[in-house]
Design a protein around this ligand. Sequence first.
Ligand code: ARG
Ligand code: ZN
Ligand code: CA
Length: 330
Amino acid sequence: MKKILLGAGILFLASCNNDVNSVAEQPETQPQQLSGKRVCPSDLMRDKILSMDPAARARVNAIEEFTQQRLSDIKVGKVLDDGTVEIPVVFNVVYNTDNENVSDARLQSQIDVLNRDYGATNSDISNTPSEFVPVKAGDTKIRFRLEKTVRKQSSTTVWTPDENKMKSASTGIVATSPDNYLNIWIVNKMTNGTLGYAYYPGTIDASLDGVVIGAPYIGTGSGTSAPFNLGRTATHEVGHYLNLPHLWGSYDVGCQTDYSNDTPASPGPNYGVPSYPLNRVCSGVSRSQIFMNYMDYVDDRAMIMFTTNQRQRMQAVVSISGPRSGLRLY
Ligand code: ARG
Ligand code: ZN
Ligand code: CA
């Protein structure tokens, strides 16, 4: 804080096109020596305001603090220069058999899938029906970086999702700084054929926050289980983690809002590989369904895109004052 206050005296240069920019480079120059020359009044006005108004000084200090924080975010790579937010990921692999102790290559393949899907560089996005091309998201400007992998053997063979036992010290792996890292637990098998689950922002204790994925569904390649073998379970669950509801809005009641205007109302999940067009009814109105969206339940090869509104929702969540802004402040 002290450093910022000191710097504030010389750092502020409003963008006046003039010939006294050298003031900043020669701090010893006294303002009086400039008399007779044309000067940019911005500094003098600011200094006068700051000397008389402590509230203004506090605001200006806060702005500089914010700016310095933002620049250091960029420096360490969590916010890229173009505004892209890079989410650091911690994989917590809780395995029973060796098979379930998925390889580093598999974990990296999952990161790669996330980066393609969230960057809209997945090759199958070109299968988007022309009806939905206008609402197709493009780059969400959210990326993922593998930060750390923690592994632990466990005698548990079936996990019950909301018990979250994979997240406690005695039966699993404790999260790493959940406000600052996306923790993804990988477990051998879950009840009811669950592929994965996630917590929406604001809903759970930090210690339980994050995503859980079944071992056969993480990443791509050998060891994964078709038709959920393209890493899209994580794409879907991270969508929830970044505040995207299902297309039908709620678990047991369909035709609820998903807060995205560009996804047609949906009475409930679709499975398998539906063929387009697929019309379904909400409140008496039949609409072509955007079943190829990541937030449906279709097979991995059938889910290929986010919409613009979904992108905006996720960006809001990771923005500087969003509920998951901590992901950029580790
Ligand atoms: N939570 C959902 C489930 O367990 C995830 C669905 C993901 N879909 C997919 N094609 N990978 O069913
Ligand atoms: Zn879901
Ligand atoms: Ca909608």
